[in-house]
Design a protein around this ligand. Structure first.
Ligand SMILES: Cc1cc2nc3c(=O)[nH]c(=O)nc-3n(C[C@H](O)[C@H](O)[C@H](O)COP(=O)(O)OP(=O)(O)OC[C@H]3O[C@@H](n4cnc5c(N)ncnc54)[C@H](O)[C@@H]3O)c2cc1C
Ligand code: SF4
Length: 615
C-alpha cells in the first residue's frame, strides 16, 4: 500500500455512512483509511452534467461511471445495478434477469428488485433527492405495536440527539412547527439549521384541495389529510459555503450547484482534517478473521479501467489493517463482502444469527399521475423534485392489517412514471401515444405543437406512495455461484418478493390515489402495465399493480438484541467480532415510510461516538 499504513480505523466505502464516519473520526484526531471501489469525483460538477446531457438514457446513474449504456457486468470492474437493465427488453420481452446485462442475478420466482445504487466516491448520495424525514417511535417498534416485521433495539428518544447532529451536518431546511403537525417530536427549543424550502405552486394547489378528512376510511393516529413541506437536505440559505437552491428540478441525478448536500461535502471535509486518506478504484472483496475472532485485515483489488467493457481487470491487490474495521459499502455490498469472506475463509464471519443478507427491504412505490384542469395548471419543473408530502396518514391501528405509506408530491410532472417531457414531446411529432395524452394520434408542427405541449406539460402532476415493506428473512442477498464481475468477485444473488402486508398497503394506496384525484378534480392518467411489459408487477385480490424502486435499500445486516436475532448491536457493532462495525441502512430492522438516509446518518453519529470512545 502506498499510503502510511498506521491507521486507527479502516472504512470500506465513502458514501453517506463512510464519509461522515471518516469526518467525525478524523476531526477527533483518529487516523482513518477509506477504501473506495469507485472512481474519484471530478473537481468540476460540469463534468457530471456533461455526462448526463450526453447520455441517451436518462436515469439517476447517467452522470456517473461506469456508463450504464450496454453495461456488461461480467466485464466491468465495479459494476452496480441500473435502471436501464431493469427496463431492458429482448425482442419485446423484459430482460431484467439476464446476467449478461443486469448486475443482480436472481433466484427462480423472484420479483425484480427495482432500486439501484452507485459505486463511485460519495456513493449513492450523489443522486439522492434530499428528503430528510425523521422516523417515529411507532416505526421503530413495528413488531411490538402491530405484529409485523422486526423491532429496533433503540427508541426514538435514543436517536433524537443524533438526528440533530445529522441535520446540522447535512444542512436540513425545514420548519419545526410544521413537522410537529405530522407528529415528529423535537427537543425543547430545537430549530433546523435553515428555514424550510417554500412550497411549490403544485403543493399549494394540492393543499388547498386535498386537506381535510383522511383519504381512506381507516383508523389513523392523525385523523386528517394535511399537505406539509418536506424537510430537505438542500440550502434555503447559504450554508457550509454552498449556494441556495435555484429550483431547477435536477436534484436527481445531480445538483449542478451543490445546493443539495451530497456526501462529497463530508468527504472533502474529512480529507481536509489531514487525518483521513482514501484510495480509489480499490474494491474490497473480503475481510479476514484471526483465531481469537478479531478482524485482522481488509483485502482489496485495484483496477484502472472504468470503461464498459473494461479493457483490463485487476492491476494489484492489498490488505489494509488497523485496530478497527468498518463496512460502509451499502446494504447489498456490505452483505456481499461478509458472505464472500465466509466463502473464502470457510469460517463464520459475523453471521452466527444467519441474518447476513436477509430482510432486504425497500419502499416499493405506487405511482399515480394525472392532468389538472386548465384553470389551475401545476407549472411543474419549478423547485426541487419534491417539496411537500402527506405524512399525516402514515400511522394508526390500521398498521396491524396493512403496510403504511407516506405520499410524496412530485414537482417533476410525469418525468418518473412516463419519461416526460421527452415522451409526450415525441408523441406529437410521430403521432404515437406513449405518454397517454395523444389518443387521436395527432401530429403537430410549429405553433400548434408548442401550444399543445404547453397545455399538457403545465397541467401534469404525479404523486408517489412510499409503501412500507416489512422485514422478511426470505427476501435476501446471497452470492451467485455462477456470475462474477470483471475482478472475478461473485455478484449478488437476489430473492425478492412483497408480503401480503405490503401488497395490502398498495391496495389502499390505490383507493387513496382515486380519492386524491377526485378532490383535486384531475383527469387520471395512471396506467398499470402488464407483467409482459413491466416485470415489476404483482396481482393482489385480482387487481394488478406495478411498483417502482425508491432507492431505499435496507435491512441486510439488521441490528437487534442478541447475536441470535441480528447481525449488529444497536451501535452497529458486529455481535461476533468486537472490532468490526457494519453500518448503513442495512442495519435498520424496519423501514417505516420515511426516506431512510437521515436516520442512517444519525446512526453513523452514534457509531462514531462509540468507536472514538473505544479508541
Ligand atoms: C434515485 C435515488 C434517490 C434517493 N433519494 C433519497 C432521499 O431523498 N432521501 C433519502 O433518505 N434517501 C434517498 N436515497 C437513498 C440514499 O441515496 C441512500 O440511502 C444512501 O446513499 C446510502 O448511503 P451509504 O453510505 O450506505 O451507501 P452509498 O451511498 O451507496 O455508499 C457506499 C460506498 O461504498 C462503495 N463501495 C461499494 N462496494 C464497495 C467495495 N466492495 N469496496 C469498496 N467500496 C465499495 C461505493 O462506491 C460507495 O462509495 C435515494 C436513492 C436513490 C437511488
Ligand atoms: S432544485 Fe436545482 S439547485 Fe435546487 S437542489 Fe435541486 S438541482 Fe440543486
Amino acid at each position: 500500500m502506498s499510503k502510511d499504513d498506521s491507521y486507527d480505523v479502516v472504512i470500506v466505502g465513502s458514501g453517506f455512512a463512510g464519509a461522515n464516519l471518516a469526518l467525525l473520526l478524523g476531526s477527533d484526531g483518529k487516523r482513518v483509511l477509506i477504501i473506495e471501489a469507485g472512481d474519484n469525483f471530478p473537481s468540476n460538477r460540469e463534468d457530471f452534467m456533461e455526462n448526463f446531457f450526453l447520455n441517451t438514457f436518462k436515469s439517476p446513474s447517467s452522470p456517473y461511471s461506469p456508463d450504464d449504456n450496454g453495461l456488461d457486468p461480467a466485464r466491468t470492474n465495479a459494476p452496480r445495478p441500473t435502471i436501464q437493465a431493469l427496463v431492458e427488453k429482448d425482442n419485446g420481452v423484459p430482460d431484467w434477469d439476464n446476467p449478461e446485462k443486469a448486475y443482480f442475478t436472481y433466484t427462480d420466482g423472484s420479483l425484480p428488485f427495482t432500486s439501484t445504487y452507485e459505486r463511485v466516491a460519495g456513493g449513492t448520495g450523489n443522486h439522492w433527492m434530499g428528503t430528510c424525514l425523521r422516523m417515529s417511535n411507532a416505526d421503530l417498534k413495528l413488531k411490538t405495536n402491530y405484529g409485523h416485521g422486526l423491532d429496533w433495539p433503540l427508541d426514538y428518544d435514543d436517536l433524537q440527539y443524533y438526528y440533530a447532529q445529522a441535520e446540522y451536518q447535512i444542512g436540513v431546511s425545514a420548519d419545526v412547527a410544521e413537522q410537529e403537525i405530522v407528529g415528529t417530536e423535537f427537543a425543547p427549543g430545537y430549530s433546523y439549521p435553515m428555514r424550510g424550502i417554500p412550497k411549490s405552486n403544485w403543493d399549494q394547489i394540492a393543499k388547498d384541495k386535498v386537506d381535510g378528512a383522511p383519504l381512506t376510511d381507516e383508523d389513523y393516529t392523525i385523523d386528517a389529510t394535511i399537505v406539509t413541506a418536506t424537510p430537505a437536505g438542500r440550502n434555503s440559505e447559504p450554508y457550509q459555503e454552498r449556494r441556495v437552491c435555484h429550483g431547477n428540478t435536477n436534484c436527481t441525478p445531480v445538483c449542478p450547484i451543490q445546493a443539495k448536500y451530497d456526501p462529497t461535502v463530508s468527504l472533502d471535509q474529512a480529507l481536509a482534517t489531514g487525518n483521513v486518506d482514501i484510495i480509489y478504484k480499490s474494491v474490497v472483496d473480503y475481510i479476514t478473521v484471526d483465531s481469537a475472532g478479531k478482524i485482522d485485515g481488509v483485502h482489496y483489488i485495484t483496477y484502472e479501467d472504468i470503461l464498459v467493457p473494461a479493457s483490463s481487470g485487476a492491476t494489484g491487490q492489498g490488505t489494509a489493517t488497523g485496530p478497527m474495521y468498518v463496512l460502509a459499502a451499502h446494504a447489498v455490498e456490505n452483505a456481499k463482502i461478509l458472505l464472500n469472506s465466509a466463502r473464502i475463509s470457510g469460517k463464520n464471519i459475523a453471521n452466527t444469527s444467519d441474518q447476513v443478507g436477509r430482510n432486504l427491504m425497500d419502499h416499493p412505490v405506487y405511482l399515480a399521475w394525472g392532468l389538472l384542469p386548465s384553470a389551475s395548471p401545476a407549472y411543474a419543473y419549478r423547485g426541487p423534485i419534491s417539496t411537500s408530502g402527506i405524512e399525516t396518514l402514515r400511522d394508526g391501528p390500521f398498521r396491524s392489517k396493512r403496510a403504511a405509506w407516506r405520499i410524496e408530491l412530485g414537482n417533476a410532472a410525469w418525468n418518473w412514471p412516463v419519461g416526460d417531457p421527452y415522451v409526450s414531446g415525441l408523441d406529437y411529432i410521430y403521432g404515437t401515444n406513449n405518454g397517454g395524452t395523444n389518443s387521436g394520434s395527432a401530429i403537430y408542427g410549429n405553433q400548434d405543437y408548442v401550444t399543445t405541449l404547453n397545455d399538457i406539460l403545465t397541467r401534469q402532476f404525479r404523486i408517489g406512495f412510499l409503501v412500507e415493506q416489512d422485514a422478511e428473512a426470505s427476501n435476501r442477498v446471497q452470492l451467485s455461484t455462477t456470475e462474477t464481475d470483471n475482478l472475478k468477485i461473485p455478484r449478488p444473488l437476489v430473492t425478492y418478493g412483497l408480503s401480503e402486508y405490503t401488497m395490502k398497503g398498495f391496495e389502499k394506496a390505490r383507493v387513496a390515489a382515486d380519492e386524491f384525484m377526485s378532490r383535486i378534480g384531475a383527469t387520471d392518467f395512471t396506467v398499470t402495465a402488464s407483467a409482459k411489459d413491466n416485470p415489476a408487477t404483482f396481482t393482489y385480490n385480482k387487481q394488478t399493480y406495478n411498483y417502482s424502486g425508491a432507492g431505499h435499500l435496507c435491512g441486510t445486516h439488521v441490528m437487534g438484541t442478541s447475536s441470535s436475532n441480528s447481525v449488529v448491536t444497536s451501535t452497529q457493532r458486529s455481535w461476533d467480532h468486537d472490532n468490526l462495525y457494519v453500518i448503513g441502512c442495512g442495519s435498520m430492522p424496519s423501514i417505516g415510510t420515511e426516506n431512510p438516509t437521515l436516520t442512517m446518518t444519525a446512526l453513523t453519529w452514534l457509531t462514531a461516538q462509540e468507536i472514538a470512545n473505544r479508541l
